[in-house]
Design a binder for this molecule. Structure first.
Ligand code: ZN
Ligand code: ZN
Length: 299
């Protein structure tokens, strides 16, 4: 439990902490900044900073989906070492963004393979060359283009590529037996998304991709996403994916209407809400509007 939620859940004030016995006070002060939640006996999620990490503790070793940052990935690595003495089996990247791959480097010499979509690897390399951070990268050594599946322990893990969305290299990662899907950044739950046009993102195909996802998987499938708005969960149901699909549709529809009404890009970016999707609040509305403007006008 994190410190803040500890205080909230127990109703403790700072003053009342002084009344705690030595053991509880020590436990409180050592409370980590990260959070691990098990979804099944052997599949869990790790959250601290950046995109949600999923992990599966198989008898062949741990499979990890995404790696956050170089300063947070070691926290996950230490926690997994406590849970299992097996070596790491595979690291998967849902896409190339730094809040999902910068921590890859912490797995160097620990994991035999890093897997991602071929475009994700290219994007990671392009960004690292541009930012001169190549020495800080651990690139995928395994790539795929359409579908990739492998048995690990009692699970079968499949990666699916449904075309461009958040970038042009996003994988949908399915733990088939548990029926848990990591969507990476293909869903921003009630939070304005980053839409990476510099890496081939497409709002139009993102909508189709989400339709394909909800029709491919079952109503009982549990989803995980990279990011959620304040007070919203990173664990999702089918209806949350549909709400995000509708949000993307509303972004395009709103921007298109504004362009047709003769508004300039600057005027459009002044919007404070996407009509039809009031749950998407907070900062960052200019990001989807800018991407939609580019997609609709080519500018
Ligand atoms: Zn992210
Ligand atoms: Zn991302």
């Amino acid at each position: 439990m994190q410190r803040r939620s500890f205080l909230r859940n127990t109703g403790l004030t700072i003053a009342s902490l002084a009344l705690l016995n030595k053991e509880s006070l020590a436990a409180f002060l050592n409370d980590p900044t990260w959070n691990i939640k098990m979804l099944t006996d052997d599949i869990g999620i790790f959250t601290e900073k950046g995109g949600t990490i999923a992990f599966y503790l198989s008898k062949e070793g741990a499979v990890v989906v995404d790696a956050q940052f170089p300063d947070t990935a070691p926290h996950l690595i230490d926690e997994l070492k406590k849970k299992s003495e097996k070596p790491f089996h595979l690291l998967i990247n849902t896409h190339h963004h730094g809040d999902h791959t910068a921590g890859n480097i912490a797995f160097k010499d620990l994991v035999p393979h890093v897997l991602a979509h071929a475009n994700s690897k290219t994007n990671q390399q392009n960004v690292a060359v541009k930012q001169k951070t190549e020495d800080k990268q651990l690139y995928p050594d395994l790539t795929y283009t359409d579908t990739w599946c492998e048995k690990a322990g009692k699970e079968e893990i499949c990666l699916y590529y449904y075309g461009a969305g958040h970038t042009d290299g996003d994988s949908i990662v399915h733990f088939k037996k548990a029926d848990i899907v990591h969507m990476g950044d293909l869903v921003f739950n009630r939070r304005h998304p980053y839409i990476d046009k510099s890496a081939g993102a497409s709002i139009d195909n993102w909508i189709k991709l989400l339709d394909k996802t909800t029709s491919t998987f079952s109503k009982k499938t549990q989803y995980i996403c990279g990011h959620a708005g304040d007070g919203y969960d990173i664990q999702l149901k089918t209806d949350d994916l549909k709400a995000f699909r509708d949000y993307l549709g509303n972004v395009l529809k709103f921007t298109d209407g504004e362009i047709k009404a003769g508004k300039t890009k600057e005027e459009i970016l002044k919007a404070t809400e996407i009509p039809g999707s009031p749950e998407w609040k907070g900062s960052g509305i200019e990001r989807p509007l800018t991407a939609a403007y580019t997609e609709l006008t080519g500018k």
